[in-house]
Every structure is written in structure tokens, then in C-alpha cells.
Design a protein around this ligand. Structure first.
Ligand SMILES: Cc1ncc(COP(=O)(O)O)c(C=O)c1O
Length: 369
């Protein structure tokens, strides 16, 4: 069956030699959060300082932010996961945060990540561009000013553990750097390895029941790794081999594959769903986002989401509710359908058909699923 999380590392490797790679300053950590903790400890940030986060955000990270002495406050996002520019500016003035997190939710370009918006913010405000759901090609990065960081979370978008913190040279120079957290790092890396093995078994074992069981085991390891990362205090290190492998990826190829996959989803699902806008919707994203998305996002009404998800999962598509428990997902549910090099074109067709089938069943009889 088709894994939701990226796997099959060998498909990502490219033997093509790339030239003119722009050298971008970065530091490499074990996870997105590890990067953030290094920023927090390297700047003079007092306990009780405010960090502004979007209303669609990971609850585990929120808990960990609190245990690092910061006070997280939400700013709202619209139905397309975008902040309101004016409202956010007003909230920044009112709350006077030390850190502002600007998230490309699902990988969709955040409308506030622009030169015009960033330049208007106070110079001492630390800005974190959250690219956890995005694959970053360093040559496309725009580091708008000092005290501006872009942080990734590789395992969510490619089959690798690790996280890059990108910033201008002077800003990056302020960071203390990752700690030699041997136990923590080896724990997370082992869980990542077990997860990858389970995902590969899920993909290649032909027996549906065993394949689904492998997918669930992969989810278990993923969750354990989230828990371990979520309880960690010091910024952990990740072996540089992961960063080197990432540097060898052919980003253009990965984007092209995703673009084609999105076109198929759009053709099969989006056009069908237009007739039924009241129940299901797809957040708006542009052609430029196609290659950057972590998954194909579908918003379901919370009242019926659990039935739809149960139906998809019983058919081997192990989608999960994304960022459950955040304010944005209180009244609705969002799932991501698989995208990436581990997914074949025929898989996209299968997923779309099963999804549409679940929608049709729901329309006919909401209680049957
Ligand atoms: C939006 C967002 N940002 C950051 C993170 C933290 O990433 P990591 O698990 O690599 O620390 C998560 C985790 O789920 C997330 O969803």
C-alpha cells in the first residue's frame, strides 16, 4: 500500500552533478525544535517572553515552547491557512513578541513572507520562517534581514532526519550551536530508521493486512520520535551525513514529480469536489506551490471526518488528521494525501478513487462508513 510519509531514499538520490550551487550559511540540528531552542538560548530572551504562532500549529511544539519558559500566543489564519496582514501587524504592536513564527502551512507560500511585510517589523523581533512542511532549495532562499531564520524539518518532506537553520552570516554567528546530545540523538535516529524500514515494508509487502500493519508500526515510531523530540530541552545535533545526502538531492526533479501528482489530484478530486463545496474544500494554493507541498490538503467537516478517515485507513491509505487540537482545526479537520517520489502515478489515481468513493458513500448515507 501507499505510505503517507516520505520513504525510499534511493529514489531521491541523484547522480547528476550540479554546478553553481550557491553557498548558503546554515546550521544543522536534529529537528526543527532543536534549531528553535538554540535560537532561544543564544538570544537574551527572558522567561515569560511572548512567541506568536499561527492558529494552525503543532500542539507538541506548543507544550515544548512552554517548558522552555516562553508564552505562546496564537494569531488567526483564514480558511486558506493565511494570516491577515493588517491584523497580524496590529497584534505584533499589541503583544510585543520576542519571536514571530511565519508558517508555510502544508508548504503553501505564506503571504506574510515578503520583503515588504518583513521590513516593516521591529528590527529586534526574531522572525522564524517555519518551513517544516516544505522542501527548501537553499538557492531559492530569501533571508530578508538580520534576526531572520528559516527552519526546516526534513523527515516530514523527504526520507531523512535533521533540520537546517538558515540565516544571514552575522545572525547565524550568534547561535551557540547544537549540543553533543548522544542519547537523545541516537534515540531519534533509531526511531527514524525503524520508521523507514516499516514504511518500506508497507510499500512493498503485497498482502494488504500486513502492509497496513507495517504502516501503523511506522506511525508508532513516528509518534515515539515526536514524543522524544517534544520532551527535549537542549538543542540536539544530527550527524552531518544527513545534511550531505540532502545536499545531493535533485530538488528540481522532486518538485516536477510533485507538480505532476498535484495536477492528477486536481483533475480527479478538485474538479469533482467543486460540486460539493459545502462539505469538503481544498485550501487555495498557486501553481508555484505545487512542487513545495508536503501533501495534497483536503479540509473535511469535523462531524464526518472521522468516518472518512476510518474508511481511507481501512483501505490502506493511512492519512491522519494534521495538527490536531490547534485552534484552526477545532471546527474542521485537514488531511494530507500522499505526495512525493515514493508514490507512483497509479497510486495517486487509486488514492483519488478511494477518497471519492468515501465521499459518495458519505453523501448517500452518513452513518454507513
Ligand atoms: C508546523 C510545525 N512546525 C514545527 C514542527 C516541529 O518540527 P520537529 O518535529 O522537526 O521539531 C512541527 C511538528 O510537527 C510542525 O508541525
Amino acid at each position: 500500500m501507499i505510505p503517507v510519509q516520505p520513504t525510499c531514499l534511493w529514489r531521491y538520490l541523484s547522480i547528476q552533478k550540479r554546478v553553481n550551487r550557491r553557498k548558503i550559511e546554515s546550521r544543522f540540528y536534529l529537528s526543527w525544535e532543536d534549531g528553535l531552542w538554540d535560537i532561544v538560548r543564544s538570544y537574551p530572551i527572558t522567561d515569560g517572553s511572548t512567541i506568536l504562532v499561527p492558529s494552525f500549529f503543532c500542539l507538541d511544539v506548543i507544550k515544548n515552547i512552554k517548558s522552555h519558559g516562553l508564552v505562546p500566543k496564537y494569531y488567526s489564519l483564514d480558511d486558506n491557512l493565511q494570516p491577515d496582514v493588517k491584523m497580524l501587524q496590529t497584534q505584533i504592536k499589541k503583544e510585543n513578541p520576542k519571536i514571530l513564527v511565519l508558517f508555510h502551512a502544508v508548504g503553501i507560500q505564506n503571504r506574510c513572507v515578503t520583503k515588504a511585510f518583513i521590513r516593516r517589523l521591529p528590527g529586534n523581533l526574531i522572525i522564524v520562517e517555519d518551513a517544516a512542511h516544505r522542501m527548501i532549495d537553499p538557492k531559492d532562499l530569501k533571508l530578508y534581514r538580520e534576526n531572520y531564520f528559516c527552519i526546516t524539518s526534513l523527515r516530514k518532506v523527504v526520507p531523512l532526519q535533521g533540520s537546517f537553520v538558515y540565516a544571514r552570516k552575522h545572525t547565524l554567528g550568534k547561535l551557540i550551536g547544537p549540543e553533543k546530545t548522544f542519547r537523545y540523538s541516537s534515540g531519534v535516529l533509531l526511531l527514524w530508521l525503524f520508521m523507514q524500514i516499516a514504511l518500506i515494508l508497507q510499500k512493498y509487502i503485497p498482502l494488504k493486512s500486513i502492509s497496513i500493519a507495517c504502516g501503523k508500526i511506522a506511525e508508532y515510531f513516528m509518534q515515539k520520535s515526536y514524543d522524544l523530540i517534544g520532551n527535549n530541552i537542549l538543542p540536539g545535533y544530527c550527524p552531518s551525513i544527513f545534511a550531505r545526502i540532502y545536499g545531493a538531492f535533485d530538488y528540481m526533479h522532486i518538485r516536477n514529480v510533485k507538480e505532476n501528482q498535484i495536477r492528477i489530484y486536481n483533475k480527479m478530486i478538485a474538479s469533482e469536489m467543486k460540486q460539493d463545496r459545502s462539505h469538503f474544500s481544498i485550501p487555495t494554493f498557486s501553481l508555484l506551490d505545487f512542487g513545495n507541498l508536503r501533501g495534497y490538503p483536503i479540509v473535511l467537516p469535523s462531524s464526518t471526518a472521522s468516518k472518512i478517515i476510518a474508511f481511507l485507513r481501512s483501505n490502506g491509505i493511512l492519512v491522519k488528521v494534521e495538527l490536531e487540537g490547534s485552534p484552526w482545526t477545532r471546527s474542521k479537520t485537514i488531511i494530507y494525501l500522499s505526495l512525493g517520489l515514493h508514490v507512483e502515478t497509479r497510486d495517486i489515481t487509486t488514492i483519488s478513487k478511494i477518497f471519492l468513493l468515501s465521499v459518495k458513500r458519505f453523501e448517500k448515507s452518513p452513518h454507513r462508513l
